[in-house]
Design a protein around this ligand. Structure first.
Ligand code: VG1
Ligand code: CO
Length: 711
């Protein structure tokens, strides 16, 4: 019998054992697979694992495979991301449901190769380009961050190919002809198929070279970093970010141009226009490229280089931060961290950065004993007691369906991490990142740092704790719904300050013009001008730098300055902006649209001084932004009611969903009184939340009693 197991496990085994002998035994609840090593482990020679039966997939072939190579014995090769190292000898095995089974790979994709009706339009130095006839497809309009739809939509004939060709048709030829492009993704289901389509169309349109992350993996911030470092003309990111993945879930594609910045609306509008008139796809007649091996493959004038997705990004991080300072914190026995990669792309980055470079260690939460990876010291345990052992990296192997999780680092979807951080004897620092690695959530022991505070605290501490900012930040910016905490830091530091619409694409021009260094969004996005995307691992390293800096002179045994100490000190200095966001996901579009229309109408009838309960209106509008660099205007970016005490209620519809409409309601209130800073945000904001619900008639329009996510 052949056994496929969660990829965490096959990564673990293949990296820990040189030769494996496997035997299985079964009872009604468990199948037990016993493995013994013939030389991998210096201290222990055998390990035994018990598996809950639902975590096993039996392959259709039901045959025992040859045992020459551990990873090929144990992985389901067609869907695995087998190049990735296990982040841990103790992965949290059953925190999520097991990965997709092999059968899901049987879904086919059309337009991954030349259609029979195509004609050859060019042939130069061995590269044949075919013209594939196609028809316009409705609905390929880019949202807040790229084009996102259900996988099944993208699998329709020519769906991906049309959008990619429309993109090339939107760019001036000098921006890509013989030029260098980058291709990465978050490892989600359908990326491998889409990567082949993108490579063929890039070649068909005359690109000179494409750099692809191994197995198609490269985080959004890393793609931005690689574009900038290698002076590429642009890059593609195959990701629907924090949206779930798998055959029944989401896929997405984003395009960033030469500064590493998400394409502005002027380009995405053109792409959309072209998708409505497209008639031909230019596709090179080349075989599928093997993305599993590093190196260059040449097809006539066109080259594909498969690159390590981590190295350029890691080099940049080492230039931005003081790694020795962070290492000094992580090597303390009285400081423990947990990073939750949510089975998403940062799984590929977490071990090389946090463990290998910065020395993060492995901790048993039951007894507090440190197990050090460096000495390859590990235990023989059954999985039933493994729950007590926690690695510094959680869910560290990227999976195509994110382990059936929702890779959105917030209090709802990163529940496993939240439970650890709020549990007994929890670690000192916790963080998580999203599908494509651009978001972050920061937690202290039993303490959540709201993203709006996080960016303000990073900005306030950047100059002393982060070498990249040693001359001080040039300017600060936030998206409109993000709380006003950052505004106060800008004021105190006397820095230029900008308020932009939701979406990272609005920060890039300010950075390119040298007006902006640090910025953030309330949606767990934080970053700086080191690249042109928000950057999850950067934010974690920024926080670790701050904590390390504050504790650099602390002797063993002295109480350390904690995450919550840093935040409370910040509130005492600047005041606290209580903030909360309510998400009502996948509402009926009709009701949600009507609510926004109703609010716009209300705005037009509102005037300063209008009373809303205890609050007096200062102004109400539908946010419009004029880019100070290029003068472009973005209107209808969110309905806001701003009161005379600075409190705000804001409503907008998500531009990243793939089904129905997601309503976002943002609530903010400033509190200067230190004695009230410890209040729970939901309690402090209750009157304003009630007001927002009644002003918007949200329950009537959406039929929803409660939000799906509260931040
Ligand atoms: C959401 C967030 C927004 C963020 C965008 C992309 O957009 O609110 O702040 O920039 O996602 O993030 P929307 O339109 O759904 O509110 V990601 O991590 O998807 O690249
Ligand atoms: Co993201």
């Amino acid at each position: 019998m052949e056994i496929s197991v969660p990829k965490d496990m096959c990564q673990l085994w293949s990296s820990r054992f040189q030769t494996i002998n496997a035997t299985t035994t079964h009872n009604s609840r468990f199948s037990t697979l016993s493995l013994s090593s013939c030389g991998g482990a210096p201290r222990r020679q055998s390990m035994a694992f018990s598996f809950r039966t639902e975590s096993l997939f039996l392959s259709p072939s039901n045959k025992l495979k040859p045992m020459a190579n551990a990873s090929s014995i144990l992985c389901t090769p067609s869907r695995s991301l087998s190049f990735l190292n296990s982040s841990s000898p103790f992965p949290n095995l059953f925190s999520r449901k097991p990965p997709l089974n092999a059968q899901s790979s049987s879904l086919s994709v059309v337009a991954s190769s030349t259609s029979p009706s195509s004609t050859t339009v060019a042939e130069s130095q061995g590269l044949k380009v075919n013209s594939v006839p196609t028809k316009p497809i409705e609905g390929q309009k880019t949202g807040t961050s790229g084009l996102r739809k259900k996988v099944k939509v993208f699998m329709q004939e020519n769906y991906v190919a049309n959008w990619i060709q429309a993109l090339f048709d939107s760019l001036p030829p000098e921006d890509y002809k013989n030029g260098l492009l980058v291709l990465g993704g978050d490892g989600r289901y359908f990326n491998k198929e889409a990567a082949q389509i993108i490579i063929k169309i890039a070649a068909g349109n005359g690109a000179g070279k494409i750099l692809v992350g191994k197995e198609g993996i490269m985080s959004t911030p890393a793609v931005s970093a690689v574009i900038r470092k290698r002076k590429a003309n642009g890059g593609f990111i195959m990701s629907a970010s924090h949206n779930p993945g798998g055959p029944d879930y989401d896929w997405g594609i984003k395009f960033n141009y030469s500064s590493g910045q998400p394409a502005p609306e002027s380009i995405t509008d053109k792409i959309y226009g072209n998708t409505l008139s497209i008639s031909e796809i230019k596709m090179a007649d080349i075989p599928d490229v093997d993305l599993s091996c590093l190196g260059v493959t040449k097809y006539g004038n066109f080259n594909v280089e498969v690159v390590d997705p981590v190295s350029d990004y890691l080099e940049l991080m080492e230039n931005v931060f003081d790694f020795l300072l962070i290492r000094s914190l992580l090597s303390r026995t009285d400081f423990r961290i947990v990073f939750d990669a949510m089975h998403a792309v940062t799984g590929a980055y977490a071990k090389p950065i946090f463990v290998d470079k910065l020395g993060a260690t492995l901790v048993c939460f039951a007894c507090g004993i440190l197990y050090c990876l460096k000495f390859n010291y590990y235990l023989s345990l059954t999985v039933d007691v493994w729950d007590l052992v926690q690695d510094s990296i959680l869910n560290g192997v990227p999976l195509e369906d994110f382990g059936h999780g929702h890779p959105d680092p917030n209090l709802t979807y990163a529940k496993e991490l939240v439970n650890i951080m709020y549990g007994e004897n929890g670690p000192d620092f916790g963080a998580a990142s999203d599908g494509d690695g651009d978001r972050n959530m920061i937690l202290g022991r039993g303490f959540f740092v709201t993203p709006s505070d996080s960016v303000a605290i990073i900005a306030a501490n950047a100059q002393e704790a982060i070498p990249y900012f040693q001359s001080g930040p040039k300017g600060l910016a936030r998206s409109m719904p993000t709380s006003g905490a950052l505004d106060r830091v800008a004021q105190k530091l006397n820095l230029p300050f900008f308020e932009v619409p939701t979406g990272w694409k609005f920060f890039g021009n300010l950075m390119d013009a040298g007006k902006l260094s640090i910025c953030g969004e309330e949606s767990f996005g934080t970053g700086s001008d080191h690249i042109r995307e928000k950057d999850g691992i950067w934010a974690v390293l920024a926080w670790l730098s701050i904590i390390a800096y504050r504790n650099k002179d602390k002797k063993p045994g002295e109480k350390l300055v904690s995450v919550s100490d840093v935040v409370k000190e910040y509130w005492a200095t600047y005041g606290r902006n209580f903030f909360s966001r309510y998400d009502y996901e996948e509402c009926e579009s009709e009701g949600a649209n009507k609510m926004i229309e109703y609010l716009r109408d209300l705005v037009s009838k509102s005037k300063a001084g209008d009373k809303h309960g205890n609050y007096a209106l200062q102004f109400a509008d539908d946010f419009t932004y004029t880019d100070p660099v290029d003068g472009s205007v973005a209107s209808k970016q969110g309905v806001r009611f701003v009161f005379t005490d600075g409190s705000r209620i804001i409503f907008r519809l998500s531009g990243t969903g793939s089904a129905g409409a997601t309503v976002r309601m943002y609530i903010e209130q400033f509190e200067p009184d230190v004695s009230k800073h410890e209040m729970d945000a939901q309690t402090a904001l209750k009157p304003l939340i009630d007001l927002a619900l009644s002003v918007s008639k949200l329950k009537d329009f959406t039929g929803r009693e409660k939000p799906t996510v509260i931040t």
